[in-house]
Design a protein around this ligand. Structure first.
Ligand code: STL
Length: 336
């Protein structure tokens, strides 16, 4: 792969790269740049919304980047996502999910935050950063939840500082995450050069809309499909999903095509009775989007998407079943 092809593969299906020029220069100058993606292990496992990121991990690996996955256990704990032992179990579930989905474990560093964030140098860096950063600036970078609180815990302030320092201690060239990470990534870009580190490039991906049309969230089971969801449920959830005729914006079914199916499959086959137009094959997302805009029926698309998604998720479900990680709920209950 030449530089241009590597750049395009890194860029596909992302929302923004800060900055593209810096990324081009990095690819020219460094043989194996390091990209990291931090997760807060919480909830009950991975759903298809996370797959946008996982598909990017695979693209990054193909483009020759070194991938570091950070299970930010202390961050999740500071964010009141549960006890450390519960978070530890969920990290395990996330790791298996990523591997089941095709992230190359041999080429990935899976790192647990508490393994390095409690060290001497890390803490000193957090304190150094605290001397340089104004409360107002940190407040702007906080999560939506924390930002809206009138009297947030100090934990909410420590959180972005630690995340900033993660970039340095993991030695990263690129920080990757969803758009919600944008403000903290900017904090990283503003400060790491002063802490004798380079300025990381930030790459962000979009958040998928939920199947019910609003947010995709663990607390709304019908809004998401788990990566090991049984085929019957997938069919039902897709059949009931929000997919208005001809509407291409904020359409979860089209987003599944764009972010999950086409990065993994070269074609999507829509089968219809002859009188409704017969079989049709789409070879790119753009082609499918054009057809939908001109009146491809949502029900025909939904049937094709359910079939394709079931096939894509089948090996994942088998792997997760074999690893018995579906018993994670009992494990979690036992460890709270
Ligand atoms: C969330 C939701 C989400 C991602 C994160 C948090 C990321 C957390 C994080 C923590 C430390 C890092 C990097 C990322 O170094 O989708 O609540």
């Amino acid at each position: 792969m030449n530089l241009e092809e590597r750049f395009e593969l890194i860029k596909r299906n992302t929302e923004e790269i800060v900055t593209e020029e810096e990324l081009k220069k990095l690819l020219e100058e460094k043989k194996t740049p390091i990209v990291y993606h931090g997760f807060e292990p919480s909830g009950d496992g991975l759903h298809i919304g996370t797959v946008i990121g996982i598909n990017k991990h695979i693209d990054f690996q193909k483009a020759g980047l070194k991938l570091k996955i950070l299970f930010a256990d202390l961050h999740a704990w500071l964010n009141e996502k549960g006890s450390l032992s519960k978070i530890e179990h969920i990290s395990e579930l996330y790791k298996e999910g990523l591997i089941a989905f095709g992230v190359d474990a041999k080429k990935t560093d899976f790192i647990c935050g508490s393994d390095f964030q409690l060290g001497h140098e890390f803490f000193l860096d957090v304190l150094r950063l605290s001397l340089r950063t104004r409360l107002d600036r940190v407040r702007r970078s906080m999560t939506l939840v924390g930002r809206d609180e009138k009297d947030p815990h100090v934990a909410q302030i420590i959180y972005p500082l630690m995340q900033t320092i993660d970039g340095k201690h993991l030695g990263v060239d690129i920080a990757f995450g969803d758009l919600a990470q944008r403000k903290i990534h900017m904090l990283m870009r503003e400060n790491l050069a002063d802490l004798e580190f380079k300025t990381p490039i930030a790459i962000h991906h979009a958040d998928m809309v939920g199947l019910t049309g609003g947010k995709m969230s663990s607390s709304i089971p019908n809004s998401r499909i788990m990566i090991d969801e049984p085929p019957e449920n997938i069919k039902k959830k897709i059949r009931n999903a929000f997919c208005p005729f001809k509407q291409t914006k904020n359409n979860p079914i089209l987003q599944i095509c764009k972010y999950i199916i086409f990065p993994r499959r070269s074609k999507l086959k829509v089968e219809r009775e002859r009188k409704y137009g017969g079989e049709q094959e789409f070879e790119s997302y753009e082609e499918l989007e054009r057809a939908f805009k001109s009146g491809l029926h949502p029900l025909d698309l939904k049937n094709a998407v359910a079939e394709s998604l079931i096939k894509i998720l089948e090996p994942v479900r088998k792997y997760m079943g074999k690893k018995k990680v579906r018993n994670i709920k009992e494990l979690i209950k036992a460890s709270v």
